[in-house]
Design a protein around this ligand. Sequence first.
Ligand code: ASP
Length: 346
Amino acid sequence: MVDDPGQGSMPAVSRGGAGRLARIVLLGTGGTIASSAADAAQLHDYQVTVGVDAILAAVPQVRQLADVRCEQLMNVESHEIDNAMLLGMARRIQALLDEDDVDGVVITHGTDTLEESAYFLNLVLDTAKPVVVVGAMRPATALSADGPLNLLNAVRLAACAEAGGKGVLVMLNDRIGAARHVTKMHTTATDAFYSAEQGSLGEIAGGVVHFFSAPTRRHTTHCEFSLADIDALPQVDIIFDHLGAGAHLYRAAIEAGACGIVLAATGNGSLSPSARQGAALARERGVVFVRSSRVGQGVVTDSADDAVLDTVAANSLNPQKARILLMLVLCVTRDVAAIRDCFRLY
Ligand code: ASP
């Protein structure tokens, strides 16, 4: 149940109505939560081997919370997911959400790119039903594996009425993250996902879903992106700036067909001499150039450079999420002013 007596205080187990359990689809895509190693003490160099049915079977307590059916969409490391697979994932989830007898969807996903898929889904799914993305930092075979409890919590969250209408949610380490804000901030710790500036939307404690806040940026039913209008996602590349960088990577990206470039800039989206050359070349070739930051926290503010070079400030989106938004925006418009608006709204 949720802790707020004012709204949505119904027990999660009766969300489906008439006392029945909520009907949740558990969609497997792979990642560490689906991985095994030869030894329980081995926490690296493991392989994706575990099907989503087995992940669910390892947590029989889930059955008390929801009526869960499994579907294996893919079983890969999350860095293997390309644009076509991401689009396919979103289409399948939308189809499931469109079924009357589905109350919510939980997606198991590798943590390395989890925030990218979650933010993409947050922007394209047309639903107010709960959608929860879950992963694990330790393989299923590990001592103190975190996947089972994360999965239980993800289903508990998806079965909770109050989780609807909040965009795509991310569930790891008891915390509820908003797909817009949450990011992976640690290479190995189970406490790897944070929304540093914005905070968690809530947490699960004592078997109860506690929401503290709701997302303020546009998501799901409030977005202008429609899966029906997208055949393929355009090429958008991220270029990481650093001391001593040259302009060759910008040339390479543009020659390879990039429609957009996201700069993981130094500081507040600053343009170094090479980045400035890259932005000028992008402008000349009609390639949209977004200034994000490699810093990890804070807003990249608008700059006088934007008017000169047609660059776009990424606001508080990190480079990998700015890339997701830019791919979607480029499916709709190439107008720089409209793109700037999108980076303020989403
Ligand atoms: N390599 C894994 C992945 O598929 C990492 C993880 O899931 O934690 O992203």
